[in-house]
Design a protein. Structure first.
Length: 400
């Protein structure tokens, strides 16, 4: 047998070393975890005169202490879907462009059906404008896109409380990691706010943080759920009592999302023609909520199948009733301050949600729960006064 040359032996040993190193590296690699920051991309910078221009156009905003230039940054992070799989999600973070310690404010956006119509794509859309102002005031402000919107391609889990709350809490963790890459320290304060679906997600997030998965180092300082459907059964009962309902997209979105999330395969049992054939394509992420709404009837008795209505009203459709109960947000007592906001003339998300939530949360041990009723304001009319009130309230609570 021939003896292996020193040169050949060296090559063999080198190959063996490389294989061992790669093997060890693979063993040490850890899969991404929920709340991990994937990447960040700067979207825009806003100077103080620009922000002041925004503020000057908001009637009734009052005194706002604008101190910082603002950078808008899109981040991608890891969260979980309804199946528990770790997936990518996106959102916007707006940061003061000066070193210092800042509170964190998470703003949850209202109903969006078009995937691209989120603040991470355009910070001047929707709640992004509020975020620019609050960042100029000295809050690190984040606006999650939620699953199914922004970069996420699945169906948005509309009014599925635990999933959406998880999307928000995971983004808060990712934003904390992002802050470590900048000269941005934390004060330890966390504020939550949102309107309509955002009001719902805000309360769901608060409940998750207090009862399931608190975030070490952060204290929920103030929470402003605004015009949200916290009791879903009562909300549906009230909407069905109307002769006509101007926002049928909300009902259709809920049924479509629940059918997907809970694997009912009942889409053909929900809607009557000529509307039934439009589903599920209406919610493929390419159409706005307004566009969808215009293609549906405001008479829910013409939109929904008679058997569905009968099953719901008689209590025999246990799947739907249990899903609404599972995703309602009452029956617990928040320990951090909560200030609910709701317009008294709101029929889109019926005003009764405000007083009912106030009573229920207080009876279950909520220590600092209050309701600000906005007189004669409908769903659209209460948006600006609710956000103005919430931000000024947060300013009064934060560490000076």
């Amino acid at each position: 047998m021939k003896t292996m040359s020193v040169k050949v032996l060296g090559r063999v040993l080198w190959v063996v070393w490389v294989l061992l190193a790669v093997s060890c590296s693979r063993e040490e690699e850890k899969p991404g975890q929920r709340g991990d920051l994937v990447n960040s991309t700067s979207v825009a910078v806003y100077d103080l005169p620009f922000v002041q221009g925004i503020v000057s156009n908001i009637q009734g905003i009052g005194e706002v202490d604008l101190r910082y230039r603002v950078e808008a940054v899109k981040i991608r992070y890891l969260t979980a879907n309804a199946e528990g799989d770790v997936v990518n999600a996106s959102g916007l973070v707006l940061v003061p462009m000066e070193a210092g310690a800042y509170p964190i404010l998470s703003i949850q956006h209202g109903t969006i059906a078009k995937r691209s119509a989120v603040s991470s794509r355009d910070p001047m859309l929707n709640e992004g404008v509020v975020g620019i102002i609050t960042a100029a005031e000295g809050y690190v402000t984040l606006i999650p896109d939620y699953l199914g919107l922004g970069d996420s391609q699945e169906l948005h889990p509309y009014l599925v409380g635990d999933v959406l709350a998880g999307n928000v809490t995971d983004m808060i963790r990712a934003v904390r990691s992002y802050m470590q890459t900048r000269t941005l320290a934390e004060t330890g304060e966390l504020f939550l706010a949102g309107y309509s679906e955002g009001g719902y997600v805000t309360m769901a997030t608060h409940r998750m943080l207090e009862t399931q998965t608190p975030i070490d180092g952060l204290q929920v300082t103030g929470v402003a759920p605004m015009a949200g459907p916290y009791d879903l059964k009562m909300t549906f009962d009230t909407i069905l009592s109307y002769k006509t309902y101007a926002s049928p997209v909300f009902v259709a979105y809920t049924l479509t999302a629940y059918d997907e999330v809970y694997h009912w395969n009942r889409q053909d049992q929900f809607f009557q023609e000529p509307y039934a054939s439009l589903f599920p394509g209406l919610f493929d992420g390419t159409h706005s909520a307004g566009w969808i709404n215009d293609r549906l009837t405001c008479d829910l008795r013409d939109l929904l199948q008679p058997d569905l209505l009968q099953g719901y009203l008689s209590g025999t459709d246990t799947q739907l009733l249990e899903a609404l109960q599972k995703n309602s947000l009452l029956g617990w007592g928040p320990q951090s301050p909560v200030r609910l906001y709701h317009g008294t003339a709101d029929t889109t998300v019926p005003y009764c949600n405000g007083p009912v939530a106030l009573k229920d949360l207080t009876e279950h041990g909520g220590r600092h729960v209050s309701l600000v009723s906005i007189p004669d304001a409908d769903h659209d009319g209460a948006v600006v006064p609710a956000f103005i009130g919430a931000v000024h309230w947060f300013d009064s609570l934060r560490i000076k």
